[in-house]
Design a protein around this ligand. Sequence first.
Ligand SMILES: Cc1ncc(COP(=O)(O)O)c(C=O)c1O
Length: 273
Amino acid sequence: MRISTAQLRSAIEEDKASGKVPFLIVGNAGTTNTGTVDPFPELAAIAKEENLWLHADGAYGASALLCKSRRSILNGVELCDSLSWDAHKWLFQTYGCGMVLVQNRKNLTSSFGTTAEYTQDAAETAESLPNFWNYGPELTRPARAMKLWFSFQLLGLDAIDDAINHGFELAEIAQSSLERLPDWEIVSSAQMGIICFRYKPSGISATSLDDLNTKISQKAIEQNLAAPLTTRLKGALVLRMCSIHPGLSGEEMVAIIDGLDQIAQSLLPSVNG
Ligand SMILES: Cc1ncc(COP(=O)(O)O)c(C=O)c1O
């Protein structure tokens, strides 16, 4: 489920041949559905050859950079021109705390910088701290970074590293628990704290499997066991877990998978075909 660099190259060629001007490649540093990471070293080489901007969507996955034992999964991300990174995802902040890191901050000021007469006394100089209104679309803005700064100061990088690693481990524990049970299929292996799977006993049609897994999700939520919401991968309806809550233990994850298996078995007699 990664970008095919061969297809990317031919899409660029097709665009150029039809008179379009490609300007941007966006790679994913952890997709929402499966946690997949695109091949950034190759994307960076193509961006360089073709003189394109390379952006990494790290809204979810960039936090792996703060986990020493896992960060190599994002090799090549440092070659991007820009990286988006949501602290309200895997840095455990409340909503509304996102970041964009850029190689060259002049690109931000030349896009967003404003020079109104009424802000001239506070104009940014080489010696001053940055005026953040020049780096994004908002003029008046809340101190969104404050809570993140406090988390770093209070918890420290080691605790944050451990909490992120725990998210990776929980998805891996879910995977090994599922592998021990009959009739469960891992559709996308644990990566970046995300795993997709489905209950797939033999002899059941594709449509009925989709219905069965939808019902498993609904029942798990009704019973307050867990909320494995559904998504689709290559057409099939699957259960998706994004297991990054630092307060959930490995034992609890095993119990959740066992609970899902019990729900699945209880629903099986009601499946038609
Ligand atoms: C990979 C990825 N990019 C972007 C977004 C959207 O981010 P936001 O919630 O900041 O709008 C999400 C949200 O799930 C995501 O997973």
